[in-house]
Unconditional design. Sequence first.
Length: 549
Amino acid sequence: MGLENNSLYYQIVPYATMYNAKAICISALYISYCDYCLRKNETLYKYAYSLCNKDNNSKYILNVISKITRKYSKDFYIKVAIDLASKDFSNNFFSNSNIYITDLIYKLLDMHNSESLCDFGSGYGAFLGYVSSIQSTEVFKPALFGYEINDDSVFISKMILEICSSKYDVELCDYLKEISLPKYDKIYVFPPFGIKYNKELIKLDNYLLKLTNPRTSIEWLFVLKAMESFKSNGKLITLLPEYTMFKASDSLIRKYLIENGLIEGIISLPSNSFSNNKPKLCLLIISNNNKDFKYINGEEILRDLPVKGLKSYEASNDLFVAYNLDSVEKYELKNVEKVHYNLAYNAILKNMENNVKTELINVADVFRGSALTLSNFKDFMVSTDSQYQILTSSDIDEDGLIDYSRLTNVGVDRKFDKYVLEEDDIVLTAKSTKVKVAVIKNKPNKKIIVTGGMIIVRPNKEKMNSYYLKIYLDSLKGREQLSTIQKGNVIITISFENFRKFKIDLPLLSEQERIADKYNVICENLKKKKDEVKVLEESLKDFIDKCIE
């Protein structure tokens, strides 16, 4: 329920832009809440009462809110409290400045009841209150902590958390100057942007201090300080201006985060995600032991929504789902080290496009199958079931599929085992009318011997995905490359030695797997359609035969 959907909004909107309007509205709501539940925090109540009786406008707001909230339920008080804390009071429209980003961050943090959460720069308590409101019905609630430099904001945030019945501790302090702070499971940092601050007063651990310089963006200093309170199995999310992702003066910090596997992901938020004129923003998700990191282009993900920007719960959910997809784009250290650890989306993509080609022998074992052909096995063929089968080029169809049930059984000894296929091998016809590529998947529990001099590729599974190689070789670019090592017009022969040194564009393994997954989904859909066509063709034939008897 939004504030704009009840009469409270319409009566206080003329006072939205007056000094301290948000604090007065929340204070009035807290006073009403205390009367509702017949209990109060004396210190907070005294502060709220003082704020609401400073002048006639303040008294009017208190009177309006007291009357309208008389029939509020506990849940309604919580909803209005979070709504007020999240609203932008800088204009007469009460636009929602950050509730949808708050929702996204909450989901990304993946909070559990036994965990602790700290908001470094908790403001009016909008984020902590939102987390508490989501888990208000839980018996065991997460422990919520906040650090805030403004004493008025501390009072207001405590009112919000009292209304939400939170388990909390919000401390008045400039945490940048604190020598040491407790450790937390989950951390949120929304640093002030571009403020002037005496950097000599900041207390940072030496290993983090070495990453800074006189031109380091102030936003990063807030993040580094919060990282000192980061548990080894925890997660930290910070909302940053995108310029912190590419400024040269911040490159040492980005390098440190990447080389130590601390960046889990980056979500580039759409323009105008906030109602006020903030710079373009991104979410940086920090955790431990990351071999690569995700990158989400929010502008692209949300481009088809009717309302542009991160301006709805639907948009928030779309970004969350995109971030957790198995097919999400991932990048490694090598993708950014050549561009001075520039984490801007376009810089990473440009560097990906300039990847050096990789020789096949560096990512796979490449060897020939048996030189014997089908005719050489004529005396070894058996009609009964046997341990060995042979694979010829004619057993691979135009799409690279193999019908294992139709392979020829042979009775041979173990000397052919060196030509036997393994799961995920790739087979390439080296001498045939058409180059065909097959991936060995779900093969029967038999020893399948590759014949006719076909080429076997056995990928290093930590470097190359089998289906990605097939896709590459089947592509227009791959076929053009293969043509440079082919001989013959009718019967095409591929040079084995040249193929071993065949160079391919090899993106990250995660990107290969994403491409392979999409390919397999399309192939499966195509197979279903072909099966349907086959049934229709048989049905048509049956119909024709019955008509003419």
